[in-house]
Design a protein around this ligand. Structure first.
Ligand SMILES: *Cc1c(COP(=O)(O)O)cnc(C)c1O
Length: 488
């Protein structure tokens, strides 16, 4: 904000003050003395009252006299500032430095809205697709929009077949069932992930074994995987599958992971919930593994408000997924069931939302990558911050802009998070690894060497506001808040 354009002196006339109010459109002026020290705020109302009392337009602002304007120290948090404005019933709060000069003018309307981590961002065509569903009365967990949505996601990810389902978690569950995972089995899974990657392993009565991350991509470490598979082979207890997660919009290193899994003949389930739009060596996320899955939950890069997709090149398996997801109804005129099914299909209405969102996927990816670039540039000189790397083989969507805080920094990850929360900016710690979760306490965990990479990423890692609808102002507010924390 340009403070100069709203700053006036006691020698300025009421007329020039009204001109400035008119030009800035902010409804408030800052009256400062010749040294630049703040004296008081001046509003339309202040001038109007003086004119009604007989003042002329050529009188100077000195006649207004001193007023007790509410101000605060520049270090006040946004949360405290809002509380002050509320309790004093003011809509603006000048923040002063140690010389008494205004360094920032907080406007209630601008700071009242928090900066959130990742929010849904609708395009222009979602409603048209939804209206089409209404018009044709396809208000069911199947229909033409579901079919089109499946085909478009399959084409985009270069997988031959896709089944739209009610969530990413449901897609993982169906994949594990189709891979034959059952009681007594183990399934390997990235440790640094959201619980939804691992929970369906337990739904199937199997046991997860967690694998550490590599520092270069934050995703599953091929060396740790190789060690775990080697030991499992020796114990004649190979896992039924390996769930490989693509974190925060970035692919895992599939050339190495595929080679290792192929050597032990263990199938891969690619959890691409967070990485729609990313590529690995030019190949799209979601094109790896016996199965891949996406999530269209509200916080993901595109959303159907809730939904998921299961993909495979094996048509028979995807047909079977649809059958299981529709209560495993055998073909018969009556309701006939010879096995247990689920109610996992995606509604035709929500598929319409998904089709609209697919129209803007490229824009959403570009916007998230631009957020990341803006952070990097705005915080380039803060060497205490290290950004999530993007290996040369990766094109990350930067679904979330993630970084780690150096151990020598004056503040740790949690301190930073709390500071930002006080400035009404939502940041989140990097996923807490699954092997550290109380619920998975009894599960095995493999690292490549003596140290656990994902423990460290969790201890020092933080995700910054990353939504594709963030405004430049919101990003700059976040950057300024972080700069204040590290540089005062
Ligand atoms: C969001 C997410 C899921 C689950 O998707 P839902 O649609 O929320 O069930 C699975 N894995 C990862 C890595 C995710 O981020």
């Amino acid at each position: 904000m340009d403070l100069l354009s709203i700053t006036v002196n006691p020698e300025d006339t009421l007329r020039s003050a009204l001109d400035k109010l008119n030009d800035s459109g902010r409804g408030i002026l800052l009256l400062a003395d010749s040294e630049g020290r703040f004296e008081r705020t001046v509003t339309d109302g202040d001038i109007r009252r003086n004119l009604l009392r007989g003042a002329g337009l050529d009188d100077t602002l000195a006649m207004l006299g001193g007023a007790q304007s509410i101000t605060a120290d520049r270090t006040i948090s946004r949360r405290e500032a809002l509380a002050v404005m509320k309790s004093k019933s003011v809509s603006h709060l000048p923040l002063l430095d140690e010389h008494g000069s205004v360094v920032e003018l907080l406007d209630h309307r601008e700071i009242d809205s928090p900066v959130l981590l990742s929010t849904p961002h609708m395009g222009d065509t979602e409603q048209q697709f939804v209206e089409e569903a209404f018009r044709s009365n396809w208000i069911a967990p199947l229909g033409p929009l579901v079919d089109t949505f499946e085909q478009r996601i399959a084409a985009l990810t270069e997988m031959k077949h896709a089944a739209a389902v009610s969530s990413g978690t449901a897609a993982i569950h169906l994949a594990l069932q189709l891979l034959g995972v059952g009681p007594g089995d183990t399934v390997f899974c990235s440790s640094l992930t959201f619980a939804a990657s691992a929970n369906p392993i337990v739904y199937q009565g199997a046991k997860p074994v967690f694998i550490d991350s590599e520092p270069s991509s934050w995703n599953m470490c091929p060396d740790a995987l190789e060690r775990a598979l080697g030991q499992a082979a020796k114990a004649a207890a190979l896992p039924k599958a390996v769930v490989v997660v693509n974190l925060y919009g970035q692919s895992a290193d599939y050339d190495r992971i595929e080679a290792i899994c192929a050597a032990y003949d263990v199938p891969i389930l690619e959890d691409a919930a967070e990485s729609l739009g990313a590529t690995y060596k030019g190949r799209p996320s979601g094109s790896f593994g016996a199965f891949s899955i996406f999530s269209f939950n509200g916080n993901k890069i595109i959303t159907t408000s809730g939904g998921g997709m299961l993909l495979s090149n094996d048509e028979a398996l995807i047909d079977r997924a649809r059958f299981l997801a529709t209560q495993a109804r055998d073909p018969a005129p009556h309701y006939e069931h010879s096995q247990i099914g689920y109610n996992y299909r995606l509604s035709n209405i929500l598929a319409g939302v998904g089709l609209g969102q697919l129209d803007v996927l490229a824009d959403r990816v570009a916007a998230r990558r631009a957020n990341y670039s803006r952070y990097r540039e705005g915080l380039a000189d803060i060497e205490e911050i290290e950004w999530m790397p993007e290996p040369e083989w990766s094109f990350s969507t930067r679904w979330l802009s993630a970084c780690t805080i150096s151990p020598d920094a004056s503040i740790d990850r949690e301190g930073l998070r709390l500071h930002l929360a006080n400035d009404l900016i939502e940041a989140r710690p990097v996923w807490k690894p699954m092997h550290l979760q109380p619920v998975f306490r009894d599960c095995d965990y493999y690292t490549a060497g003596n140290i656990s990479i994902c423990d460290d990423l969790f201890a020092r890692g933080i995700c910054l506001p990353s939504g594709s609808s963030l405004t430049p102002d919101q990003l700059d507010r976040t950057i300024a808040a972080i700069r204040r924390i590290f540089r005062g």
